[in-house]
Design a protein around this ligand. Structure first.
Ligand code: ADP
Ligand code: MG
Length: 542
């Protein structure tokens, strides 16, 4: 080892430089760990201080999740006579809007507690601090187990996800953030739970009363294009009556706020209903989605062939820049279009990415399709983009540009794309990525067993998308498949070995279902109820 570092040692040393380095690294790690532990301890103390009643019931043990909008803790509780129970305590950021909090709770209490939808045990509030107590489900990290799952486990995973989606969709809940970290999976116990309704919205006929406020705000925002003020996040006045208790707790803090309506959009909409990307259009056109020779640039507009149901806003094609790659001054002065676009970019459906105002439960099915794509290809995350148009271009590299443009027309959007890219055959794509196709040398199990930390299609790599997906994963330097690579997932297989069972004969039904989930047209996309009846799940019962 020393030789490779070019270090010659005359005498054996008790502590080689290498040894010192390891020691230094070790103590650095330890320090980091101690620092982290101290931080968690402090957070737990603060939580007890903020919501003192928690200490009567719970012993908070650890912090298990931290996002922009909440921190989740593992606690134990002696709730009834019997053994201690493990509880997950979700502490929502105090600046969350009361309606948003109440809607999240109502989703859990009304739809939760069965069919793989997380339920709620208690909720605690002190001033603007809200803590939701839920049954704790120990779960796996998706990335850690991705490539060790047997094909049967993948079937079960998807079946159980659809069960949860069917349940919430029956209640008119659009989850809007379906992704592996919001679908908890305990592999050993075969238990599943859909969590996190923090971004949920209601369908027009939702049974979750409070989602109607969230929804009506979305509609109000959408239809307020003629108002002169700019509406953002929580500052929108409530249109409906606010439950008194919630109203009085309403917070004025201006830090991070979870939107309880739609996020701001970058696409403008004018009186004629035409949508244009505002200042970012130039960036979009010059964005390197391709090598210099094969740039793919996208631009989204209201197409004017909008179906009546797609939006209540009128559309016309009268300005100068329609169907060109320029943005005229009329369009630049248009008001921004607002449409729901919360969620995680890599899981956003085309109608979300193009800011279609009328979004349905179909957006969750698209996200489920992206999860399925990861499971079948062994790659996670599959798409990674920092903005919507890049994400859209990435989708095109899999589903085809012509097909995407065609589908967008059905929901009233016109997409301009500078380059035509063909649709991929989903089976060939997944088999290639997994290293299972006949043209690719089979991967040894220890290599194959390592899930990629890198997105399959990222901003860095998406310009190579079409050639990337023809490259066997073991050879592609953009992915961490090489053994010993410091990026690789080192503890993927502590518990489970790669399970190749079933992967050699993935039935056509799997790709048929994937195709139906990744249907670019939300109107024809398969529903959760239909998915459960798909031949892919023929021997499985609800
Ligand atoms: P956020 O809105 O911050 O994303 P989530 O509700 O998704 O909050 O929770 C964040 C993380 O906390 C989840 O990804 C999961 O790892 C963990 N978590 C949440 N609820 C539970 C639960 N009931 N049991 C176990 N872990 C949970
Ligand atoms: Mg979450």
């Amino acid at each position: 080892m020393e030789a490779s570092l070019g270090i010659q040692m005359d005498e054996p040393m008790a502590f080689s430089p290498q040894h010192d380095r390891f020691q230094a690294e070790g103590s650095l790690k330890k320090n980091e760990q101690n620092f982290k532990l101290a931080g968690v301890k402090r957070d737990i103390e603060k939580l007890y201080e903020a919501v003192p009643q928690l200490s009567n019931v719970f012993k908070i043990k650890d912090k298990i999740g931290e996002g922009t909008f909440s921190s989740v803790y593992l606690a134990t509780a002696q709730l009834q006579v019997g053994p201690e129970e493990k509880i997950a305590l979700k502490h929502l950021i105090p600046t969350s809007h009361p309606i948003r909090i109440a809607a999240e709770l109502q989703c859990l209490t009304v739809a939760g507690g069965q069919d793989n939808v997380m339920g709620v045990k208690y909720c605690f509030r002190k001033n603007d601090h809200v803590v939701i107590a839920m049954p704790y489900l120990e779960h796996e990290s998706f990335l850690d187990i991705l490539n060790s799952l047997s094909f049967q486990e993948v079937r079960e995973y998807m079946f159980n996800l659809f069960k949860a989606l069917k349940r919430i969709h029956q209640f008119g809940i659009v989850h809007r953030d379906v992704k592996p970290s919001n679908f908890l999976y305990n592999r050993r116990l075969k238990k599943y739970a859909l969590v996190d309704f923090g971004l949920a919205q209601g369908t027009h006929d939702t049974k979750i009363e409070l989602l109607k406020f969230v929804q009506s705000e979305a509609q109000q925002e959408r239809c307020s294009q003629n108002k002169s003020h700019i509406i953002t996040g929580n500052k929108i006045p409530l249109s409906g009556p606010v439950p008194k208790e919630l109203d009085q707790q309403s917070t004025t803090k201006a830090s991070v706020k979870r939107p309880y309506t739609n996020a701001q959009s970058q696409i403008k909409q004018g009186k004629d209903g035409k949508l244009m990307k505002q200042s970012k259009t130039v960036d979009v056109l010059s964005r390197k989605l391709a090598t210099k020779k094969k740039a793919i640039s996208t631009k989204v507009m209201n197409s004017g062939v909008m179906r009546k149901t797609a939006s209540s806003c009128p559309a016309s094609l009268t300005c100068d820049c329609y169907a060109t790659d320029k943005v005229c001054s009329i369009c630049l002065s248009r008001r921004q279009q607002v449409a729901p676009r919360a969620g995680t970019p890599g899981f956003r459906a085309p109608e979300v990415l193009t800011k279609c105002p009328n979004q349905t439960t179909a957006i969750d099915m698209w996200s489920a399709g992206v999860i399925f794509l990861s499971l079948l290809s062994g790659r996670y995350p599959f798409y990674k983009a920092s903005d919507d148009l890049t994400a859209l271009a990435q989708i095109m590299t899999i589903r085809g540009s012509r097909e995407t443009i065609q589908a967008a027309k059905t929901f009233g959007k016109s997409i301009l794309c500078s380059k035509e890219v063909p649709a991929q055959d989903l089976r060939k794509l997944c088999e290639r990525l997994r290293g299972m196709d006949s043209n690719t040398p089979k991967l040894t199990s220890d290599v194959q067993g390592h899930a990629s930390h890198q997105p399959t299609i990222s901003e860095k790599t998406d310009h190579k998308a079409s050639c990337l997906i023809q490259t066997p994963p073991g050879q592609y330097s953009g992915n961490s498949f090489k053994k010993g690579d410091s990026n690789s997932c080192e503890h993927c297989f502590d518990e489970y070995n790669t399970n190749l069972e079933g992967w050699n004969e993935v039935p056509n039904e799997a790709y048929d279902l994937l195709d139906k989930l990744l249907d670019l047209n939300p109107a024809s996309r398969i529903t959760a109820e239909e998915a459960l009846l798909h031949p892919f799940f023929k021997d499985m019962s609800l």
